[in-house]
Design a binder for this molecule. Structure first.
Ligand SMILES: *Cc1c(COP(=O)(O)O)cnc(C)c1O
Length: 419
């Protein structure tokens, strides 16, 4: 993918790659601080410039002047559906199978309960032990609530365990790209294995949507959830989304039967009658400003081909790994992500025993990544706003920090609440 002939890469090689980059123009769609390299789009996406203007309008005109009328006049009410339809294109779903609502954690609960009720005679819920903690926590309490056994296994045990459990298995719930290692799980294969034994598959797309092409319907996925504030750039705490395959829609019950999931919310009837479509996954009133910010942010992808994003993000990760090998060999970093970019999402994780302090020193030097206990330094490569020379610059600043032991300072070692 990166075609460089000589042994050692230089900054000039990296800037030559930027010149040929079909996505280079997308960076100007984002408001990013000068002189910094932002490698944490996997945790909080950057601010699209269009969102600033959209928020100004939403707050001053629509809320300030329009007041309650804006639910109708400014199109606030159908924003969950509109935004869901935009996200659907990015994840290989139909526009009426995705809706924006709640948080990923809440949506996980909703789909876990809904899915397990479609398999009432089965007793086991299978998850990955190393998944993002909220996924495992929510699965485990949902299991308690429903009297299901929750089995948490290592990545390589997933497929053999599905076969072994057979008719006892109700649901497999996994995240496509692991948050720590960036490892990709085979959605096609695992979903097919689950279906072979009659179970359902729920996929969490938090580290997939906006980073790589997802093909939910081609993989025949049953349910999915995902996050609005990571690669979709929806802003801090942006609402999440939920996908239900059309074949399940009429049978699915949302365990939190709020008024927005009703067939006719504004008739205010006393009996709950679920909406006929994906709206039944709604609960209550959306965080409207955050939702409008997310809608505008997702618009950044309207003319973007996710295959092109994927190609570039693989190349950025490959370049980063190659430069870490070339420039930082003596400093004791390990690679926690797959070296093969086909098996890796849009991030590269390094392991270092002083990872926390090194990351703090690096952030201080204007290269922003993050840290996950106990020893993982994460670098996310959002292909819309990160270039090849940015990767060179990041590794160069990291090298300066390692050579000067800049990290070895109490200031960089004090743990903050959010790492
Ligand atoms: C980011 C992330 C979440 C976040 O859940 P919230 O409810 O938004 O806090 C959940 N699961 C995975 C796999 C994530 O990466």
């Amino acid at each position: 993918m990166i075609q460089i002939t000589q042994d050692l890469l230089s900054r000039a090689d990296c800037s030559a790659l930027d010149e040929k980059d079909p996505l280079a123009g997308c960076k100007s769609r984002f408001a990013l601080p000068d002189g910094e390299v932002y490698l944490d789009g996997n945790s909080l996406g950057a601010l699209p410039k269009a969102v600033v203007e959209r928020m100004q309008r939403a707050i001053v005109n629509e809320w300030g002047s329009g007041l309650i009328r804006s639910w109708n006049d400014a199109g606030w009410y159908p924003a969950p559906q509109r935004t869901g339809a935009k996200i659907a294109r990015l994840i290989g779903a139909d526009s009426d199978e995705v809706i924006v609502c709640d948080s990923t954690s809440v949506n996980l609960f909703k789909v876990l309960v809904a899915a397990s009720r479609l398999r009432p005679d089965r007793t086991v819920l299978l998850v990955e032990r190393g998944n993002f903690p909220t996924d495992v926590y929510v699965a485990s309490e949902t299991g308690n609530l429903l009297g299901l056994e929750v089995l948490a296994v290592e990545p390589d045990e997933i497929i053999p365990t599905i076969t072994e459990l057979g008719e006892r298995l109700a649901i497999v719930q996994l995240t496509e790209v692991n948050y720590k290692s960036g490892r990709i799980y085979d959605m096609t294969r695992i979903t097919a294995e689950a279906h072979n034994v009659g179970a359902l598959a729920i996929w969490d797309l938090c580290h997939s949507s906006g980073a790589l092409p997802v093909r939910l319907n081609a993989c025949e996925v049953d349910f999915a959830v995902g996050c609005g504030y990571k690669y979709l750039n929806g802003g801090p705490g942006a609402p999440a989304y939920v996908f239900v395959a059309r074949r399940h829609l009429s049978d699915v019950r949302n365990p939190i039967s709020g008024w927005h999931g009703h067939a006719r919310p504004f008739e205010f009837t006393h009996e709950f009658e679920p909406h006929g479509g994906i709206d039944r996954m709604l609960i209550g009133t959306a965080p409207q400003l955050s939702l409008l910010a997310l809608e505008e942010a997702v618009g950044v992808f309207d003319d973007v081909d996710m295959e092109v994003v994927r190609t570039k993000s693989r190349a950025l990760g490959d370049l980063f790994i190659r430069l870490v090998d070339q420039e930082l060999a003596e400093f004791g970093f390990g690679l926690a992500s797959p070296r093969n970019s086909a098996e890796r999402g849009s991030q590269v994780s390094l392991v270092h025993s002083e990872g926390y302090a090194i990351m703090q020193a690096l952030i201080d030097a204007g290269v922003i990544g993050d840290f996950r206990a106990p020893d993982i330094m994460r670098f996310g490569f959002a292909a819309l706003y990160i270039g090849y020379e940015d990767i060179w610059e990041s590794v160069a600043r990291l090298k300066t920090i390692m050579q000067g032991r800049v990290w070895d300072d109490p200031r960089h070692k004090a743990r903050k609440a959010v790492t």
